[in-house]
Every structure is written in structure tokens, then in C-alpha cells.
Write a protein that binds this ligand. Structure first.
Ligand code: NAP
Length: 169
């Protein structure tokens, strides 16, 4: 199963200077909880934005065109086909975890979307790609925690592909 997981602001912004534009530990906790014991796939820029750090208890795959790339312990793959083949064989969930370039190329393949919608506007340079929301049904939403560490209201949303539209298209 292939799942996109991302956080965006009200304008679809997801990144700034290879980092997240906001500080929202509640969303990082959500990411950690959902991806535990599964696989996360990220582009080389996102991986380097994290300082090439590997998150514990999950497999990390880094996508790059560089065949000699040092993944610092992550699995390095050079094409989306390679990732799709991996996801087909993997019994757990393969999470596509950004950034913008990577989300875009996997758009036709997602089974489920986990979107954190942050009710605020930020400046930045990376956006989630255009998505035809008609193809997706929201199946759950829950409000994130707002407190002294988490300043921005945010919702955790889950979408499933609308099978009627997928069959017709
Ligand atoms: N808000 C969120 O949920 C979230 C999540 C993740 C990331 N982000 C943000 O997104 C931003 C980065 O996004 P981005 O679009 O600039 O970069 P990116 O998607 O992280 O990485 C792009 C790189 O991935 C590699 N790549 C892309 N397509 C490939 C393919 N088909 N085959 C092999 N390699 C491929 C290339 O690496 P090479 O140049 O090495 O070939 C490319 O330069 C950062 O600001 C980050 O913080 C936000």
C-alpha cells in the first residue's frame, strides 16, 4: 500500500529552504506514530534537509539520480519504478514523505492520503502538487492539539481514493 503523508498550510505550502516552514511538534508526533515499523520514501533534498538523519524503527528510502549517493544507512533508489516495485512487495505501508517533486511523481499511485492541514499562512518555496480532490473522499478528520508548543490550529485528515471516479477515468 502506498500512502502520501504531508503537512501543508492553507496555500498548499510544504517547505522553505529545504526545511519545514513551521514548528509543530504535534504533527511530527503524528508522523512518527503513523510511520513506525513501516517505510518512508523521501527525495534527496528532504533527506539532506534532515541532515541525513535516519528516523528509528522504520526503513528510509532516499530517491536520487546519483548512482553513487551515500545514503548514510538509508536505502538509495534511483527511480520511482524501483520504489513502486518495493512497495508492491512490502507487507507494510510505504509512505511517500516528500518533498514536492517526490509527491508529484507518485500522484497516480496513492491509495490513501494523510494530510495535516495547518490553518495558517507561511512563506516558502515548496508546494504540494495540484491534486484533483474530486478523486478523493475524506474518511476521517481530527483536530490537532493547540497549546504553548503548538501554536497553529491544524487538522489531521485521511482520504481514500474515490473508486467510482478512478474506474471511470
Ligand atoms: N510539509 C511536509 O510534509 C514536507 C514533507 C517533506 C518535505 N518537505 C519539504 O519539501 C522541500 C523539498 O522538496 P523538493 O521538491 O525541493 O525536493 P525533494 O522532493 O525532497 O527532493 C528532490 C530530489 O529528489 C530526487 N529525485 C526526484 N525525482 C526523482 C526520480 N524520479 N528519480 C530519482 N531521484 C529523483 C532528485 O535528487 P538528485 O538531485 O540527487 O538527483 C531531486 O533533486 C523541503 O523544504 C522540505 O522541508 C515538506
Amino acid at each position: 500500500m502506498l500512502v502520501a503523508i504531508w503537512a501543508q498550510d492553507e496555500n498548499g505550502l510544504i517547505g522553505k529552504d529545504d526545511q519545514l516552514p513551521w514548528h509543530l511538534p504535534d504533527d511530527l508526533q503524528f508522523f512518527k506514530k503513523m510511520t513506525q515499523n513501516n517505510t518512508i520514501v523521501m527525495g534527496r533534498k528532504t533527506f539532506e534537509g534532515l541532515g541525513k538523519r535516519l528516523l528509528p524503527n522504520r526503513q528510509t528510502i532516499v530517491l536520487t539520480s546519483n548512482k553513487e549517493y551515500d545514503g548514510n544507512g538509508a536505502l538509495v533508489m534511483n527511480s520511482i519504478e524501483e520504489v513502486l516495485e518495493y512497495a508492491n512487495q512490502f507487507e507494510g505501508i510505504t509512505f511517500i514523505a516528500g518533498g514536492g517533486e517526490i509527491y508529484k511523481q507518485f500522484l497516480p499511485h496513492y491509495d490513501v492520503l494523510y494530510r495535516t492541514l495547518i490553518r495558517a499562512e507561511f512563506d516558502g518555496d515548496a508546494f504540494f502538487p495540484y491534486l484533483d480532490w474530486e478523486e478523493w473522499n475524506i474518511v476521517s478528520t481530527s483536530e490537532g492539539t493547540v497549546d504553548e508548543k503548538n501554536h497553529y490550529p491544524h487538522d489531521f485528515e485521511t482520504y481514500q481514493r474515490n473508486t467510482v471516479n478512478s474506474v471511470n477515468n
